[in-house]
Design a protein. Structure first.
Length: 705
């Protein structure tokens, strides 16, 4: 359905909008008709209509099957985390002494804000990092027991029902048995809150709210008032994986729990895995065990899970099998480790889920630019379609990133504002386990392949599920003559080990372009020919095209959906085709070659820039012996309000002030203005972030830039 709608939208975008364009358009179509005696445009309309009809028929059949088999809507069966309690064996907890001491210090401190009887302290961190275990340690500490008159443990989880939470607190306060607890079911909320008030009135209490999810202050509105009935010095300790919960709960102190070191993970793992083993076996398995502990990446839950898994494996070979296995493929990890992450994932808004899963395409333990991520999300359609307003998409992308950070899926560095109100760039990093979780969710949707032998054909690991493919070509080898199941690919990245190695030849690329016509993103480095074949014009859905060492065919003008065009280091590229001016949805144009001495009928000229009104990033090289002032004045670059980054190579020997004046560039932000584009110097930090984000977004699969 997405492809059919996109194809129809592309046809509409291809319609001429003014008289001059209309004349040119009709001339081309008449020539085509005279050559082929066909009606390609009518045929395309008919093809789209037939495709939509077939899709509707399939949907009708599905609807009939639903009635035929009496299928009914059922709520999603969300995974349930085991309910926590206040009981714990403290001897099994390692590496938390310092943070435990810090939190207890906040709990026992006698000061409170004026007018407040109770303060809230929050422990925030990724699922499985040990928040609940730390809270249990604190709850059972002897000094804490002596300090507070009353202690209450309430497991909240994803409950946002204030009545249920109130009943949990009452049952804990009054020590109710199961029958007495059931008798509370019919009580209204007000009666429950009154009961809590009487129980804590004038008492210095400690309330632990474990695994809180709600982001709405009103969900606990009545309880928040009730909690103030306790004596001065009362405390609430909250554990949550969402940073926003800490703010909603009005926390006076927020502790972000850090991962453990490898030695501590090994300490947890070996205590379980090597239990009741003889000394010789322990010595034999320890070297492998230490390396397995690295896979835990500081998460005690993973260490416990793998320790339990290894407990019943007796040989070094079995331990090595675990070491060499990917976590996301291990059933034991699915059952025990991914459940907390699944809860966080299901809590995400639907559009953010799609953006999160895209992290499966990135290399593990890598650092990525937020601009790079947002650019890819935009080109794949994950941020919606907002014609004429790339800024709104960028803002939405930043909002999604912060949403993932708030749920501990990402760690984002400081945002660094550059020129422009909305241009903010930062680096972000994802924990290895979260990356494994993204791979688990996608299950073959993202694949990386390496061609290291002369296979004439290549088959993907899982049939018909792959949507994003990266192919790395070994030195001395080339792209296979045929590749199966590529018709549904959304992105393709092809590159070699060496920047000058040829990775694909003419015939193979033509075959690929004819088959993979649903591509949104295409990146090819080190193509074997000087010119990209004209079949590139058939990729009507293409949003991002990144090339190195190639020339562009005239058919590139058909790619009207293109928003990113990058051609850095293209030594064979001597000019841009005139048709690039028709790509009015471009927001990033890197490596543009623009003729400035005339309005050339074949080559992209300076006056053609006036059509590209959505540009946000522009890098261009000027060619010509002089500057045609009349043509350059058409552009009025200062009116291109979206241009925030402009990198320019001037005409050799030309005076910079003259160029600036003639191109009306005095008010356009410039990162660099150099007469030698290949040796362009970075004039500001913003160029680092932007160019790494747009020029090298082709490297998002982990290739060597």
């Amino acid at each position: 359905m997405e492809d059919a709608l996109d194809e129809w939208r592309t046809v509409l975008l291809n319609r001429p909008t003014d008289g001059a364009e209309n004349a040119s358009f009709l001339k081309r179509k008449v020539c085509l008709f005279l050559r082929c005696f066909s009606f390609p445009r009518v045929y395309r309309y008919h093809g789209i209509a037939r495709n939509i009809k077939e899709i509707n028929e399939r949907l009708d059949e599905i609807a009939k099957d639903r009635v035929r088999y009496q299928l009914t809507d059922m709520p999603r069966g969300l995974p349930k985390r085991k309910e926590s309690t206040s009981f714990i064996d403290g001897s099994n907890i390692v590496g938390r002494d310092e943070v435990k001491k810090e939190i207890i210090g906040h709990l026992l401190c006698g000061t409170s804000k004026e007018g407040e009887s109770c303060q809230t302290i929050s422990i925030v961190g990724l699922g499985g990092i040990g928040k609940t275990a730390l809270a249990q340690l604190i709850y059972n500490d002897e000094e804490v027991k002596q300090h507070f008159t009353t202690r209450i443990w309430a497991y909240v989880s994803d409950i946002s029902d204030e009545s249920k939470v109130a009943k949990t607190i009452i049952a804990e306060l009054e020590g109710l048995d199961k029958l007495a607890a059931l008798q509370m079911e019919s009580l209204p909320l007000n009666a429950l809150l009154e009961r809590i008030c009487k129980s804590i009135e004038g008492k210095k209490y400690l309330l632990v709210l474990d695994d809180v999810w709600t982001e709405n202050y009103e969900d606990f509105g009545g309880l928040n008032v009730t909690f103030k009935r306790g004596a001065v010095g009362s405390r609430i300790l909250v554990t949550t994986r969402k940073d926003i919960v800490s703010r909603v709960m009005g926390s006076s102190h927020t502790i972000h729990l850090e991962t453990l070191g490898q030695d501590l993970c090994w300490s947890i793992l070996k205590k379980i895995a090597l239990r009741e083993r003889d000394q010789k076996t322990c010595e034999d398995l320890t070297p492998v065990g230490l390396r397995i502990a690295e896979k835990c990446k500081g998460l005690p839950l993973v260490a416990k899970t793998l320790g339990g898994h290894l407990q019943f494996k007796t040989t070094r070979k079995e331990w090595e099998d675990v070491l060499n296995s990917e976590l996301w493929r291990m059933d034991v990890v699915h059952e025990d480790v991914f459940v907390p992450l699944l809860l966080s994932y299901y809590d995400l808004p639907s559009p953010v889920k799609q953006c999160f899963k895209y992290f499966a395409s990135f290399i593990k333990d890598g650092v990525h630019f937020t601009y790079q991520l947002i650019a890819r999300w935009k080109t794949l359609g994950y941020l919606g379609i907002n014609d004429g307003d790339a800024t709104l998409q960028e803002l939405k992308g930043l909002e999604y990133l912060k949403c993932l950070e708030a749920r501990s899926f990402l760690q984002i560095g400081d945002f660094k504002p550059v020129h422009g109100q909305y241009a903010q760039y930062a680096s972000c990093k994802m924990h290895d386990l979260v990356h494994d979780f993204a791979l688990f969710l996608t299950k073959g949707e993202f694949q990386k392949m390496e061609v290291s032998k002369d296979d004439k054909s290549m088959k993907m690991n899982s049939e018909r599920t792959c949507r994003h493919l990266a192919v790395k070509i070994a030195r001395g080898h080339c792209f296979p003559e045929s590749i199966s199941d590529v018709e549904k690919l959304r992105s393709l990245d092809v590159y070699g080990y060496n920047s000058r190695d040829t990775v694909i030849n003419d015939g193979d690329l033509c075959n690929l372009l004819n088959e993979a016509q649903r591509l949104r993103v295409l990146s090819i480095r080190n193509y074997g020919s000087a010119t990209i074949p004209e079949e590139i014009g058939n990729l009507l859905h293409l949003r991002s095209l990144c090339l190195q060492y190639e020339r562009l065919p005239d058919q590139v003008e058909n790619l009207v959906n293109l928003t990113v065009l990058c051609t850095p280091l293209c030594s064979s590229l001597t000019y841009y085709p005139k048709g690039v001016r028709r790509l009015t949805r471009l927001t990033q144009l890197v490596g543009l070659i623009v003729r400035v001495d005339c309005n050339d009928p074949q080559e992209f000229s300076i006056g053609d820039l006036v059509n590209l009104k959505q540009l946000a990033v522009l890098s261009m090289k000027m060619v010509g012996n002089t500057i045609n002032v009349e043509e350059s004045k058409k552009v009025k670059l200062q009116n291109l309000q979206e241009v925030r980054i402009l990198v320019t190579e001037a005409i050799a020997g030309a005076d910079e002030d003259t160029i600036l004046e003639s191109l009306n560039m005095s008010s356009v932000p410039r990162c660099c203005f150099d007469t030698d584009f290949t040796n362009t110097t970075v004039a500001s930090e913003q160029l680092d972030h932007t160019v790494m984000g747009c020029v090298f977004q082709m490297c998002s699969f982990g290739g060597d830039p």
